[in-house]
Design a protein around this ligand. Structure first.
Ligand code: GLN
Length: 288
């Protein structure tokens, strides 16, 4: 059998993905082909007539079979870029979303020039903590995740990227930071999808862990838990920023207002949807 060249492989693969109902067929086919070749995407344009080796052909077909079954590209390649950082990802964690970069932008806005500490709850790959740490060398960040595997992954990402001012602790929400003092900023992209949300049975989320996606109480339970306890961990004037679902802005603002946060507002993601709600903690009115 004669082996196909890069262009032919790309065309056939794009066609197969389209037939399986995958919208991003051409992009996915080229990402997978480049992953097999261990080359940048420009290589496909430069060498379209280059013929695959038998091993590359077999590998490409194996990756294509996984994609056709719906497995997310990021889990197949083991990588996803976030805030221009090449992060390793695994099925233990959520795949970082471009919308979460909005949370990073808003958090950077609130981080002053004096040294301080930040906390990222449910850090997963470490995406948010690492993005903030890479931008704020004068801050120290702690990322917490209940999954030990996620902490190992996030620590590996910090090492791979040479980021020294972020470390990762295993445990439930605030438990591992009980002795870490107070933080100038607390951020989180917690699970916020209702367990009956039809969105959970389509696309990439089918392959992502429920522990990173689904929360009780119409998806609000973890947002509420974080807002409640963050008051005991925020420094005076510190900020809490949480990502949430596009229909949860009003409820999340109400949660923050009920708990005494000030300057509460909701900001939109790049698609113009409510995505991040923030509030400032004033004073140390210890709470129940
Ligand atoms: N925004 C993600 C989605 O809708 C969910 C992220 C989360 O639950 N934290 O796919």
């Amino acid at each position: 059998m004669s082996l196909p060249c890069l262009q032919e492989s790309l065309n056939t693969a794009t066609q197969r993905l389209l037939e399986s109902g995958i919208d991003s067929a051409k992009l996915d086919a080229s990402v997978l082909l480049c992953h097999v070749l261990q080359k940048p995407r420009s290589y496909l344009l430069t060498w379209p007539e280059k013929v695959l080796t038998e091993a590359q052909y077999q590998d490409f077909n194996a990756l294509m079979a996984r994609r056709i079954k719906g497995e997310p590209i990021a889990y197949i390649t083991g990588e996803r870029e976030f805030w221009s950082l090449a992060l390793n990802v695994s099925p233990t964690t959520l795949i970082p979303r471009p919308d979460t970069e909005r949370l990073v932008e808003l958090a950077l806005d609130k981080i002053g020039s004096t040294p301080g500490k930040g906390l990222d709850l449910g850090t997963g790959t470490g995406a948010i903590a690492l993005a903030l740490a890479s931008e704020c060398p004068h801050f120290e960040f702690i990322g917490v995740d209940i999954q030990d595997d996620a902490c190992v992954l996030a620590t590996g990402n910090a090492n791979k990227l040479g980021i020294k001012n972020a470390r990762f602790l295993q445990g439930s929400w605030f438990d591992p930071v009980a002795d870490e003092g107070r933080f100038q900023i607390i951020v989180s992209n917690p699970p916020y999808i209702d367990e009956h949300d039809p969105h959970l049975v389509v696309g990439d989320v089918r392959f992502e862990p429920d522990s990173a996606l689904v929360a009780a109480d119409n998806g609000l339970a973890d947002l509420r838990h974080i807002a409640k306890h963050a008051r005991n961990y925020l420094a005076d004037g510190g900020w809490l920023l949480m990502e949430h679902g596009f229909e949860q802005g009003e409820q999340t603002r109400q949660i923050l207002l009920d708990m005494g946060y000030q300057l509460v507002s909701t900001e939109q993601d790049y698609a113009g949807q409510d995505r991040v709600t923030l509030g400032q903690f004033k004073g140390r009115n210890e709470c129940t």
